[in-house]
Design a protein. Structure first.
Length: 283
């Protein structure tokens, strides 16, 4: 079913969201602080709004994708929000989402906070995911339309939940990137071909290790870290070997050192028999 949808904010991500909605046959109204950014979308059939208020007035579903939450309040201030659904896909903190939800509700609108788990090039492609939290009624009403942008997944009525899960997934990503960069630096110090190392060795290894994480989650939720494959003492020794090797190869181990510090702390307290999952207790 075709919907009237407004998109406020046409950076790389906002423009990709609007384009995917147009491609799915929705009637899309767009607004951006720099009007020229709307030109390509208008050429594809979008309607240009001169002001945020005009964009909000045009559609029952308003998607906002701006730089930060302060910008969202600034842009929506004075707009006719009564009876609308505001889906805020701006990246922000859980506390900001929990603050914005009553602000929107006080103006007569339903609120959905979002977390976009994709880069702009992934929008409307397999693998793209957008997390939502807040008004379940609003989500159920517009889930088919939201699916044009990415798989929509509702995570609960707490408006802060989607931003929190978004940041948690980014945390996992940054940890993986940190490990890759340290590994690449070590391999590069020995002049070994990085492409070969990455594709034939590292990616298969990381894939196998990622498959262990659900079992780790069970240990963390139960609080029982006694069943281990390799305990903290073994890993303490292994990390010491890693750090010494990095320095001998002329590579900084800076991205590994925080992990080593936490392992050292827990082992020093006589808990070296536990598994790595027990580090959650330190956090």
């Amino acid at each position: 079913m075709s919907e009237n949808i407004s998109v406020l904010g046409l950076g790389l991500m906002g423009a990709a969201l609007a384009e995917s909605l147009l491609a799915a046959g929705h009637h899309v109204t767009v607004w951006n602080r720099s009007p020229a950014k709307a030109d390509p979308l208008v050429a594809q059939g979008a309607t240009r709004a001169a002001t945020p208020a005009q964009a909000v007035e045009a559609s029952p579903l308003v998607i906002v994708c701006l730089l930060d939450y302060a910008s969202v309040k600034e842009v929506l201030e004075g707009a006719p929000l009564a009876g609308k659904v505001v889906a805020n896909l701006t990246t922000g903190r859980p506390a900001e989402a929990r603050d914005l939800a009553p602000w929107v509700a006080g103006r007569g609108a339903e609120y959905l906070a979002g977390g976009i788990m994709a880069v702009p090039q992934m929008i409307a492609r397999p693998g793209a995911l957008i997390l939502y939290s807040g008004s379940e009624q609003a989500f159920d009403r517009y889930a088919p339309a939201l699916a044009a942008m990415a798989e929509p997944r509702f995570t609960g009525d707490d408006p802060g939940m989607a931003p929190l899960l978004d940041l948690a997934m980014l945390t996992g990503m940054y940890g993986q990137i940190a490990g890759f960069l340290e590994a690449a630096a070590l391999v590069g110090s020995a002049k070994y071909p990085l492409g070969e190392f990455t594709s034939s060795l590292l990616v298969p290894w990381l894939t196998a290790m990622a498959a262990q994480q659900p079992a780790w989650a069970e240990k963390i939720e139960s609080g029982d870290h006694s069943t281990v494959v390799s305990n903290l003492e073994i890993n303490r020794s292994g990390l010491e070997t890693l750090v010494r090797t990095f320095r001998e190869q002329g590579v900084k181990p800076d991205l590994l050192l925080p992990m080593k510090t936490v392992v050292d702390q827990r082992t020093a307290r006589g808990l070296g028999h536990e598994g790595l999952s027990s580090l959650i207790e330190e956090l």
